[in-house]
Design a protein around this ligand. Structure first.
Ligand code: NAD
Length: 498
């Protein structure tokens, strides 16, 4: 049953969304989704299992094989997607509150960034599918004794049923980032949101229905990875898997999908290098580095968790940076005063604390030693203050592994060659940052850094036409713009001779 509204206009939906309707899990199982700021239950959510995945894939398969959606024109699908984008904006306040409460993300960010970006994802892929260029080739060849004109065209067809699996850190943004290109291209899908933050995706499902997405085109199975995610990836009726989440899950999904030769895209974790050169604009580099590291309490795949500062500017930078970090306010994500909300779960905070404890046990010294905040008002949430290890040592676990919390490792470097080598000494390769007034230095770094993305004098200056994704253990494939549409389409060559 729909549960208590969070305020605003919408009832809180907490059941699976299959074939255009909300439904309980077949066995009636539920799990609580908690508010990370208090650890109180927000809602009991349906815990989908293999039988529910089966129902959802059946619905998606039918919608693909027999339904109108893949057969509609790009313009018709785009119209529905634009309506969905408009509905997201109409529900901005509600969705932003819900997301902030379920994910512990500052409301400022969910209202000003996540919900508008979710709407932009829909509008963007509506336009992208309408404007997608098609290819044709013209040739002349002899065939069976006679010269022939040859016209070859490439039909772009949807892949089929897509499994979309999302993490907890930006649930609504991630869901639309996958659903929008998938359905723009004419696919149908089953989305499995994170068990930690399922609520905004269920609200999105309701809005899909309202926008006119036909039944079965978008299905949502909430639940846990092994019970709901794994059967979805393994189902032979699923044609493609788009996953965003952690490295170990990504590897497991890639292995599982290989058994039925599914197309896979993986957006995984990172340990991104952020390089501040002697000639950087100091204020810009400080502000940019604070943002790159501590947004959403460091629970961002792109986080610049390895900060390299050149020797000539090191002392001045560190003094200013430290003052800025100390001024960050840890607190209730619903309050506009808070910069850092809680970590997603008690278990995740313990994991972050274990990283810090191990780093200290290995002899790393903390320039700033954060802890659970002392304020009684924050005692029941999963809060953790920013922590900085400096000088960090390249080979320690805290430097090698993704912590996914407000923990920074800080290094001093001398030359560009040195910092390139150290930036690349990681199995990850998601993003990178460099702050310098010398464009040649920035470009040389960008050419040599082993990462899917490099920002020179900026952080996450994003244009949805651009590729997003990483190399190495940060993932396979790219999302964004034509890269998303390439993934969600299959080219078919049709050759005509006359
Ligand atoms: P996770 O891997 O634990 O879970 C992601 C999703 O996979 C969840 O829906 C989960 O239920 C599901 N899942 C878990 N086990 C599964 C299995 N065996 N089969 C199928 N599905 C399974 O990741 P998380 O903790 O939710 O998210 C944090 C991670 O996501 C971090 O590593 C972060 O860097 C990464 N991330 C990457 C990007 C990117 O674009 N590169 C963006 C955001 C987050």
């Amino acid at each position: 049953m729909p549960q208590t509204p969070l305020g605003g206009d919408g009832a809180l939906e907490s059941r699976l969304y299959i074939d255009g309707a909300f439904a309980d899990a077949r066995d009636g199982a539920t799990f609580p989704t908690l508010d990370p700021a208090t650890n109180e239950t927000i809602a009991e959510v349906s815990a989908g299992g293999p039988a529910d995945v089966d129902r959802a894939v059946t619905a998606a398969r039918r919608a693909f094989d027999e339904g109108p959606w893949p057969r509609m024109t790009a313009a018709q699908r785009a119209k529905v997607l634009r309506r969905l984008g408009d509905l997201l904006i109409d529900h901005r306040e509600d969705l932003a509150r819900l997301e902030s409460r379920d994910a512990g993300k500052p409301f400022r960010e969910t209202a000003d960034r996540d919900v508008p970006r979710a709407a932009d994802n829909c509008a963007f892929f509506a336009g992208a599918i309408e404007q997608r260029e098609q290819s044709a080739f013209f040739d002349r060849k002899p065939f069976l004794g006679a010269p022939r004109e040859i016209v070859s065209i490439v039909r772009e067809e949807p892949v089929g049923v897509c499994a979309l699996l999302t993490p907890w850190n930006s649930p609504l943004m991630q869901a639309t980032w996958k659903i929008a290109p998938a359905i723009a291209a004419g696919n149908t899908c089953v989305l499995k949101p994170s068990e930690l933050t399922p609520l905004s995706t269920l609200k999105l499902a309701a809005l899909c229905g309202e926008a006119g997405v036909p039944d079965g085109v978008v299905n949502v199975v909430t639940g846990f990875g092994p019970q709901a995610g794994a059967p979805l990836v393994a189902d032979p009726r699923v044609d493609a898997v788009a996953f965003t989440g952690s490295e170990p899950t990504g590897i497991a999904i890639n292995l599982a999908a290989a058994a039925t030769l599914k197309k896979v895209t993986l957006e995984l974790g990172g340990k991104s290098a952020n390089v501040v050169c002697d000639d950087a604009d100091l204020d810009l580099a400080v502000e940019g580095s604070v943002l790159a590291m501590f947004r959403h309490s460091g629970q961002v795949c792109l986080a610049g968790t390895r900060l390299f500062v050149q020797a000539g500017i090191y002392e001045r930078f560190v003094e200013q940076f430290l003052a800025r970090v100390k001024a960050l306010r840890v607190g209730d994500p619903q309050s506009s005063e808070s910069d850092l909300g809680p970590l997603i779960s008690p278990q995740h905070r313990e994991r972050v604390e274990a990283f810090i404890a191990q780093a200290e046990a290995e002899g790393n010294s903390a320039l700033l030693r954060g802890a659970r905040p002392a304020q009684p008002a924050l005692a029941s949430g999963n809060y953790h203050e920013p922590t900085i290890f400096a000088p960090a040592r390249d080979d320690d676990r805290i430097v090698r592994e993704e912590v996914f919390g407000p923990v920074l490792t800080l290094f001093r470097f001398e030359t560009l060659d040195e910092v390139v080598a150290r930036a690349n000494a990681t199995r990850y390769g998601l993003s990178s940052y460099i702050w310098t007034r010398d464009i040649a230095t920035g470009m040389r770094f960008a050419e040599r850094v082993r990462a899917g993305m490099c920002w020179i004098n900026g952080y996450f200056l994003r244009d949805l036409r651009q590729p997003f994704g990483g190399r190495g253990h940060s993932g396979l494939g790219r999302e964004g713009g034509r890269w998303s549409l390439d993934f969600f389409t299959e080219p078919k060559l049709v050759c005509i001779a006359y």
